[in-house]
Design a protein around this ligand. Structure first.
Ligand code: SF4
Length: 377
């Protein structure tokens, strides 16, 4: 059985203004060794539970955060070596590390390439403009973001993706989105992700907005920036293969694609989630509790067929492959017929269309994906 592996590194230098993810600041050096031990304890738990007699075969590995690049390369070399005791990486298709531009010196990247199996880098650029980066409370500059990509290439990495955010300004004249796309074009990367800025409660951004100190794009501007993005993608040979993900020549993220296709995955680390044999596990969002015992605080639920069906529809509709006939046929006849009834209704409204054996959301309606998916609940 092929399985994805996710490892969460919950350390950040400080909090970005828009971020609501769980992370702790300034403790990575104190916690590093104990955190490594806890990750291995959890890996051992999964092996005993799901594959006691042989190593779990890993198809993809994604190291995300937090800020994984805050930790030194030997941490990842050691983690890989130890994980290889309980997991089989011999047929792994993709290993990705998330990184922030300010950490990507040539020395760090050369070591990463030399001493670990990481071959794909996901760089948290967010914007190439310093004024945006300050507003987001990021620690890098636009120049550092460009240098990070250049260093990565020099170190041997070809599979590089960057994250960008749009909707950062409340006025079209002040928007930096066009310039960001122009810079992105000059890099000619195989893949990028672009997210609409969302305002989560309990963030600095939320407070500043409530106090009227800053403004961000309203729905109309967000839509215009989204269409600019679609135009950019098609003119530059990128497929919009998921609502936020764009790839050239099939350079899709294999790891993410597996999530959308219901492939099981193990998530190690504080606040990480796992999905194995119709069971969902999730860990405490508390590094100290996780390091004390990585297994004790685990929460767990068994998914009903209805839960798995909803999860599949919700994620599949976000992608260009849509709801595939073969995947749908894995569910009961009742759920299949429920799906078809609702799909026909959405097709009449122009929200869904047939593409071969699949149902997909047409690209002009992709921005409405969440609302359309909700019609299937
Ligand atoms: S680096 Fe990433 S995880 Fe950390 S605070 Fe910023 S956005 Fe959140």
């Amino acid at each position: 059985m092929k399985t994805g592996l996710y490892t969460h590194i919950p350390f950040c230098r400080s909090k970005c203004s828009y971020c609501a993810f769980y992370s702790v600041s300034g403790r990575e050096n104190d916690y590093r060794d104990s955190y490594l031990r806890a990750l291995l304890q959890e890996a051992d738990y999964f092996k005993k539970r799901y594959s006691p007699n042989r190593p779990i075969e890993i198809n993809t590995w994604y190291v995300g955060g937090g800020t994984p690049s805050l930790l030194p390369v030997p941490f990842y070399a050691g983690l890989y070596r130890h994980l290889s005791d309980s997991m089989d990486f011999s047929r792994v298709r993709e290993i990705t590390l998330e990184a922030n531009p300010e950490h990507l010196t040539l020395a760090y990247l050369r070591d990463l390439y030399l001493y670990t199996p990481v071959r794909r880098l996901s760089i948290g650029v967010q914007s190439f403009r310093d004024e945006d980066l300050q507003r987001l409370n990021r620690h890098h500059s636009g120049k550092e973001a460009l240098r990070a990509v250049e260093n990565a290439r020099k170190a041997g990495f070809e599979n590089i993706t960057v994250d960008l955010i749009y909707g950062l300004r409340d006025k079209e004249e002040a928007s930096t989105w066009k310039e960001n796309l122009k810079t992105l074009q000059s890099l000619s990367l195989p893949h990028f992700s672009a997210y609409a800025l969302t305002v989560e409660p309990n963030t600095v951004l939320f407070r500043k907005l409530a106090q009227g100190k800053i403004g961000i794009a309203d729905e109309a501007l967000l839509e215009r920036e989204y269409f600019l993005l679609q135009e950019f993608a098609s003119e530059n040979g990128y497929e919009a293969y998921e609502i936020s993900n764009y790839a050239k020549e099939g350079a899709y993220s294999v790891h993410n694609r597996n999530y959308w296709r219901n492939v099981p995955y193990i998530g190690l680390g504080a606040s990480a989630h796992s999905y194995m044999e119709n069971e969902r596990h999730w860990n405490v969002s508390d590094v100290r509790a996780y390091m004390k015992d990585a297994v004790e605080g685990k929460q767990f639920e068994r998914l009903t067929e209805q839960d798995s069906y909803h999860e599949y529809i919700m994620t599949a509709l976000r992608t260009m492959w849509g709801v595939e006939k073969e995947k749908l046929e894995a569910f009961s006849p009742r759920l299949q017929s429920e799906f078809h009834q609702r799909a026909e209704r959405q097709a009449q409204l122009g929200n869904l269309e047939r593409k071969g054996d699949a149902w997909v959301i047409p690209s002009s309606r992709r921005l409405l994906t969440d609302g359309i998916a909700a019609e299937f609940f």
